[in-house]
Write a protein that binds this ligand. Structure first.
Ligand code: B3K
Ligand code: ZN
Length: 877
């Protein structure tokens, strides 16, 4: 394995930049194979003493270099693979460089690259975190902020559209069929927010007036075959802009806001100032080709990137250790927005599902790290569920501690203090706390400590005293590099339910006003809370709304949980009661118990609820046991086949218990199904498809016939996918025909064809390994395209325990082989795929040895810095 050229980067080593960029002027002569970049940087030294000027730069061919107008001789500067250094530079200076680069050879998709073919594709950039240094020599760090003036020149016929950040600042014709366009971004920004796009693109546009009166033109650009699918993204953008004005008083700050869609992108989207770039799968939507989930993603991600304009761009991060300052906060803002636009309960359930299956799993394995890590070796590997999703939970803790009005006051103060700056987590907490006279510094410990706290709760009722005593205890298991953990402030939102299911009035002291719900905060390792003058509770409902990202263990028995499942008015905790019952049932099955009472109680209670008047979308979630990956993170030793089988037993038993009611409900819901996109229609469809999935388990005759018909007649992609996935999961005879039809229908549409690859990778059969191996050679498959790799290989490794964990190790070897090839093309994609191998240690001995051997072979070979970092940390003791 190639050793990193230098040791890890440490937060403790942070030093303010010695050189600032007062203004950056860039000129691009764009060409697919040979683009020339001329940079003119006005530099100012920040230190009293002379310090060499060091600029980052990777893979650039330096053609010319001038300091204050004078060409430098080779002995006056030093160049290595990563940097340009000039020792003798006056305290203010102008540096000009000319470099050449080849976008068509950039398969890593970082820096300036080509999307699509050389003949028809277009040029674009991705700079976060450290891509800008692949475009020109620059102090490529987030705390160097500068206004940018950018001129793009290119052949007009080949590149009719020329875009960069900021406002348009002129355009015109040049000789030889070339043209130019200039862009001015007046808002000082770090280089990671730089972007340009050039090519043949269509657009849609819409005028928008901000609450503070600025006229803005909103445009979405896409290639011709996709431009008619951008309308929903535009509507989502307008909703997000209005919402940010209303909820946070934030207005947009340029004359144009542009979004561009590409099929070749390493992640979901990128918030470049005024020029967001999107992975097409999170921007394009139409009723025939997009599922309800796709629509939700488009709305959420368009909003997320837009919200970054203030949380990320106007206030950016001092260094990459502070990444969660922008990401956790922006995820939280997006969660609030999506909750407001849709069902708040459902959104919370989905967010917690994701947190548990991705972040809790990360916290429980070798890649665990704090929301603000103390060191990193490859920063691209820290765009994780911990930084994003646990980071959002921490913002939620703080927002909850403050309450609605104080949160808004605190955020106003944060923007007032730090607009135009690169800030830290400490500054964020200080602004929020000081504007409200509250010390929020205890929450900083959450940012520094990895691992998921375990919270134990015990309730005791003293009838004579009418006192309910809640004892809370916390403990966080060790994580790599952090053996000892400290107690954290854990807010617990709770209610006590009486025998009739209603909330009992609660108070902690006799002179307090009683409330139906309250929040207590555990700050030490153990604490008792006495609720006084309270009637005997039937059950305590703790951690309502998931008020802290912890694993809760209560003294409730299965009957108590069933009671909560029937009566709890907090939708989230109602769902949580079902999850807890299911988790206990699975534990019982895995332990080989003869009788598993929780399984029967779970089924009985859900059957009762199935006939009750309950929101269809919530009911669909109640009927779904916890995700395999969430459960796996709790099992050691883990036998993937046994865990999968236990989860199957739950679904099968539930389906049998519901029996004919499934077909009846399915028929009823199908009658009202017409592909509508409103929330109610989406909720009904969720239940409709859940019913089909369960019904297919108990009826091998009629149910597959109905599914096959629904596949053909489906008015929406959600239905078509559900029918096909159900047929495939049951291995129904109709499945293959439908699969072939799907490929024919959507052959020309990359985003939808990805679903075809993903569906096959997810088929829970041992021979899916061979199927995936064959699909790797399919003419439509390419290891160069991150979406396709993710659909086929990430889907296989992360969501198909039966095939991936096949006991002969064939699944591991498949990923091992693919990783070698992907890493040579695109290290970011390889490193992400490699995280699916991290949990080898918790496996039962046979699989553990096989997976460890695959990891070791990979680690022994040459690999990229990014992949090497994941392998090294996964294998570390
Ligand atoms: N900020 C980008 C992610 C960049 C990832 C770089 N490896 C998208 C987002 O979080 O909005
Ligand atoms: Zn983000």
């Amino acid at each position: 394995m190639s050793v990193p050229e230098h040791g890890p980067v440490r937060l403790a080593d942070y030093r303010a930049p010695a050189w600032r960029v007062v203004a950056a002027t860039l000129e691009f002569d764009l060409d697919i194979q040979a683009t020339q970049v001329r940079a003119r940087l006005e530099l100012r030294r920040t230190t009293a003493d002379a310090v060499p000027l060091r600029l980052d730069g990777i893979g650039l061919q330096l053609r010319a270099i001038r300091l204050d107008g004078r060409a430098l001789a080779p002995h006056e500067y030093a160049l290595d693979e990563e940097a340009l250094q000039i020792v003798d530079v006056p305290a203010t200076a102008v540096l000009e460089t000319d470099v050449t680069l080849d976008p068509s050879a950039n398969s890593a998709l970082s820096g300036l690259y080509l999307s699509g073919s050389a003949e028809h594709g277009f040029l674009l950039t991705q700079c976060e975190a450290e891509g800008f240094r692949r475009i020109t020599y620059y102090p490529d760090r987030p705390d160097v902020l500068a206004p940018f003036h950018v001129t793009l020149r290119a052949d007009r016929a080949r590149f009719p559209v020329l875009l960069a950040n900021g406002n348009p600042a002129g355009a015109g014709e040049l000789a030889d069929g070339r043209h130019w366009a200039a862009w001015d971004d007046p808002h000082p920004k770090p280089s990671y927010l730089f972007a340009l796009v050039a090519g043949r693109l269509e657009h849609i546009e819409q005028p928008y007036e901000t609450a503070d009166g600025r006229a803005v033109t909103l445009r979405i650009f896409a290639e011709a075959d996709a431009i008619d699918r951008c309308g929903y993204a535009m509507d989502s953008l307008v909703r997000a802009m209005r919402w940010d004005e209303r909820e946070y008083g934030r207005n947009y700050d340029l004359d144009v806001f542009h979004i561009v869609a590409t099929h070749d992108f390493n992640m979901g989207a990128m918030e470049n100032k005024g020029l967001n770039i999107f992975n097409a799968k999170y921007l394009l939507a139409d009723p025939q080709r997009s599922s309800d989930e796709d629509y939700a993603h488009v709305e959420a991600i368009v909003a997320h990137e837009y919200f970054h304009n203030w949380t990320g761009n106007r206030v950016t991060c001092r260094d990459w250790f502070q990444l969660s300052l922008k990401e956790g906060l922006t995820v939280y803002r997006e969660q609030q927005f999506s909750a407001d636009m849709n069902s708040a309960t459902l959104k919370r359930i989905e967010d917690v599902q994701l947190l548990r299956r991705a972040q809790f799993a990360e916290d429980a394995g070798p890649l665990a790290h704090p929301v603000r890590p103390a060191e990193y070796s490859a920063i691209d590997n820290f765009y994780t569920a911990t930084v994003y999703d646990k980071g959002a939970e921490l913002v939620r803790l703080v927002a909850g501690r403050l309450g609605v009005a104080a949160w808004r006051r605190g955020m106003d103060e944060y923007f007032r203090r730090h607009d135009g700056q690169a800030a830290t987590v400490e500054q964020f907490l200080a602004a929020l706390g000081e504007s409200n006279g509250i010390d929020l510094s205890p929450y900083l410990a959450w940012y520094a400590q990895a691992g998921t706290p375990e919270l134990e709760a015990r309730g005791d009722y003293d009838a004579a005293q009418r006192r309910y005593r809640l004892t809370l205890r916390q403990h966080t298991p060790p994580t790599p590099g952090q053996a000892h953990k400290q107690p954290l402030p854990i807010p617990v939102r709770l209610a006590l339910l009486g025998a009739d299911g209603g909330n009992l009035p609660l108070r902690l002291s006799a002179d307090a006003a009683p409330a139906s719900e309250c929040v207590i905060e555990l700050s030490g390792a153990e604490q008792q809370f006495d609720f006084v003058d309270v009637a005997a509770p039937r059950a305590a409902s703790l951690l309502r709304g998931f008020s802290a990202p912890v694993r809760l263990q209560t003294d409730l028995d299965a009957a108590d949980l069933a009671f909560l499942l029937r009566h709890e008015s907090d939708g989230f905790n109602r769902w949580e009661a079902a999850q807890q019952l299911a988790r206990r049932a699975i534990r019982g099955l895995l332990a080989g118990a003869d009788a598993v009472p929780e399984l029967a109680i779970w089924c009985d209670t859900l059957t009762w609820l199935f006939g009750a008047d309950i929101d269809p979308a919530l009911l669909a979630e109640l009927l779904t046991p916890p995700d395999y990956n969430e459960l796996a993170a709790q099992c050691e030793p883990l036998d993937p086949a046994a865990l999968h089988a236990a989860r199957e037993t739950l679904e099968q038993t539930l389906a049998q218990r519901l029996g004919e009611a499934l077909a009846a409900r399915h028929t009823l819901l199908l009658r009202s199904e017409s592909g509508g996109l409103d929330g109610a229609a989406r909720g009904r469809r969720r239940l409709l498809n859940r019913c089909l999935r369960l019904w297919l388990r108990i009826d091998a005759e009629l149910a597959p016939e109905v599914a096959a018909t629904r596949y053909v007649l489906a008015p929406s992609m959600t239905e078509r996918l559900a029918a096909l996935a159900g047929l495939l999961a049951q291995d129904a005879p109709q499945a293959q025909k439908a699969l072939q039809d799907f490929a024919r229908r959507y052959d020309a549409d990359a985003v939808t064809l990805d679903k075809w690859f993903a569906l096959q990778a997810a088929v829970p059969r041992a021979d899916t390994v061979e199927r995936v191996a064959a699909l790797l050679r399919h003419p439509r498959f390419s290891l160069r395209n991150p979406n396709r790799v993710s659909a086929l290989l990430q889907g296989f490794a992360a969501r198909n325990p039966i095939a991936f964990h096949r006991s002969d190790g064939a699944g591991y070897r498949l990923i091992e082989q693919a990783l070698r090839e992907i890493d040579a093309l695109n290290p970011t994609t390889a490193a992400r795929l490699a995280t699916t191998l991290k949990d080898w240690r918790r496996l039962e001995p046979q699989r553990r040895a096989l997976l460890q051997a695959s990891l070791r072979r990979l680690a022994a070979a040459d690999s990229s810095h990014d992949l090497g970092d994941i392998l090294r940390r996964s294998l570390a003791d």
